[in-house]
Design a protein around this ligand. Structure first.
Ligand code: ZN
Length: 221
């Protein structure tokens, strides 16, 4: 049998050239349900696997991508897309993520997402300049880590909105949110414990310094 995608000979159920799988047989009610269940379940399984790896091995996803490997772990684009979907979902249940309002519509959630990524990228790019990673490599690092922590803080933020429902209190949760991103960013670089502590502290000061400057200069963000 020839593969329908790349026309190479298939000796196995998987095409050895392009990886297409051959199942055979006609579609019926049972296989229809099975495929549907399988796609939802495998999506969920791969999602949780990627989140777990992102949390337990902060440098694995980033270094793998930096080193040119693709399609095994989620790409930064996929993480970003999923984080955006979580923000949309969040907005439909409980309005603003961690109580931060720019303008009272959904686009403000993306302004917050993008400005977080850009500001954190600038500060990590400057701070870790000795490691010779370019701006876009830092952008990848931050897309991964900001998206990861948005997904993790999603249930926290929803619960806060539904229980506390006080924006200034909810906004305090941005501090652990940013600290965790900055720690996770530092894990992509080989550092001693003392140096890591120093780099994380400086990064926090840079980030909040810039943020305060922007808020002071341009008013309410
Ligand atoms: Zn093929």
């Amino acid at each position: 049998m020839k593969c329908s995608v790349c026309s190479s000979e298939m000796n196995d159920k998987y095409c050895s050239k392009c990886g297409q799988y051959y199942k055979g047989g006609r579609i019926n009610f049972i296989t229809f349900l099975g495929d549907l269940f399988d796609s939802v379940f495998s999506l969920e399984k791969s999602f949780f696997r990627n989140i777990r790896i992102g949390l337990s091995q902060p440098k694995t996803l980033v270094l793998n991508y930096w080193n040119g490997f693709r399609k095994y772990y989620y790409s930064p684009g996929k993480f970003f897309t999923i984080a955006s979907l979580f923000l949309v979902l969040h907005y439909s249940i409980a309005n603003d993520f961690l109580g931060l309002v720019v303008t009272s519509n959904i686009s403000s959630q993306f302004v917050i997402l993008l400005s977080n990524i850009l500001l954190l990228t600038f500060s990590s790019f400057l701070l870790y300049i000795q490691f010779k990673k370019n701006f876009f490599e830092h952008l990848i690092l931050n897309i991964y880590n900001v998206s990861l922590w948005i997904i993790i803080f999603f249930p926290i933020s929803v619960i806060l909105s539904l229980t506390v429902n006080n924006n200034p209190i909810e906004q305090y949760f941005y501090i652990p949110f940013h600290i965790l991103i900055i720690i996770w960013n530092s894990k992509a670089f080989e550092l001693t414990k003392a140096k890591r502590f120093l780099f994380v502290t400086i990064n926090l000061l840079m980030f909040y310094g810039t943020l305060l400057f922007i808020v002071y200069k341009f008013g309410e963000f």
